[in-house]
Write a protein that binds this ligand. Structure first.
Ligand code: ZN
Length: 331
């Protein structure tokens, strides 16, 4: 064992998933619903209970009978300050989560040291340590699903920024989303046209106009199936979303110049009807200096966030904004 045994926890709006991570290998995974409406204490108690179960299931004793100390690594929904381990802000999907002293509360419950980052940041760290971006010095992970989030790693460090909020790619203003409301309260942002719920809304707007009694498609997976079976409104909704995301990512690539861009999240499983316009729009935006930069699908699936959260205790570490100077802080 080259790093301490870590119980890694992925805290999302609908489920909490945890597992042991030893030398980068995920095992003893447990998954429970998030008591999202019950408040921060109920969520913290559930995290601790699931983590205890993972620790109970995992034998880490060495041949000489010693038991190394467990560490806890958490990737959580919301803006998480990795230096203080607190939840800076969170959406209403996790009631009372904002302001929670996440790592301190978990250490108090488990008696083990804890570190935490945002869940998409954990996903980025995971893909960088042993997934699609392993072996690179700089990578951008984009998670396109219910929302659109990102995590940028440069010189093997995660960029979190002055407010721990770096990576909110979903809130880039894009022309195609002009006038559309965004879940953040603003409008015209990428998420308003390219997230999973936005794709479904676009589809329903089109079929509703054509036929008020037309088919209702409740999930992006079903919409993707409909699109591949030749349904034109479903194809248009996916294409529009892929194109908007690709164009925005081309712009981001021009700003950050990463070695690789990795795309995960539910929409990345939507097939070529989404990927092809995404790649085409992406390539069209690139300046000559970054041309040839590749977009690759994420490799680790749900385990990425667990591997990334565990990596907070090993080589790839979180950092503050020390590698990029923010102009607003300059005299
Ligand atoms: Zn927004």
């Amino acid at each position: 064992m080259t790093s301490p045994p870590v119980v890694a926890v992925d805290v999302g709006g609908t489920k909490i998933r945890a597992g042991s991570v030893i030398d980068g290998v995920v095992d003893h995974v447990r998954e429970v619903p998030t008591p999202a409406a019950a408040g921060a204490h109920a969520i913290l108690d559930t995290i601790a209970e699931v983590a205890r179960g993972v620790i109970r299931d995992t034998d880490v004793s060495t041949p000489d009978g010693a038991t190394p100390a467990w560490r806890v690594g958490i990737g959580s929904a919301g803006v998480i300050d990795p230096d203080t381990g607190t939840v800076v802000s969170a959406t209403d999907s996790l009631a009372g989560w904002a302001g929670t002293a996440l790592t301190a509360e978990i250490t108090a419950r488990l008696g083990a040291e804890a570190r935490a980052v945002n869940d998409v940041h954990a996903h980025a760290l995971g893909e960088a340590s042993s997934g699609a971006a392993s072996g690179t010095q700089s990578s951008l992970l984009v998670a396109a699903g219910t929302g659109i989030g990102g995590g940028f790693i440069t010189d093997n460090r995660l960029l979190t920024g002055r407010h721990a909020a770096a990576g909110h790619i979903g809130h880039l203003p894009v022309a195609a989303a002009q006038g559309l409301p965004c879940p953040c309260g603003g409008q015209g942002h990428l998420e308003a046209i390219a997230s999973g719920p936005a794709v479904l809304s676009a589809y329903q707007r089109t079929v509703g106009e054509q036929d008020p009694g037309g088919p209702q498609v409740p999930t992006t997976r079903e919409l993707a199936e409909l699109a591949s079976s030749g349904d034109v409104p479903a194809q248009c909704a996916l294409e529009q979303a892929g194109r908007a995301l690709g164009s925005a990512l081309g712009g981001v690539a021009n700003v950050l110049s990463p070695e690789i861009i990795v795309i995960g999240g539910g929409l990345s499983g939507a097939g070529e009807l989404w990927w092809a316009p995404l790649r085409e729009a992406f390539d069209a935006e690139l300046i000559p200096a970054v041309r040839g930069l590749s977009l690759r699908p994420a490799q680790l699936g749900q385990d990425a966030a667990l591997i990334g959260a565990a990596s907070l205790w090993s080589t790839v570490r979180e950092s503050t904004d020390e590698t990029i100077v923010t102009s607003s802080e300059e005299p």
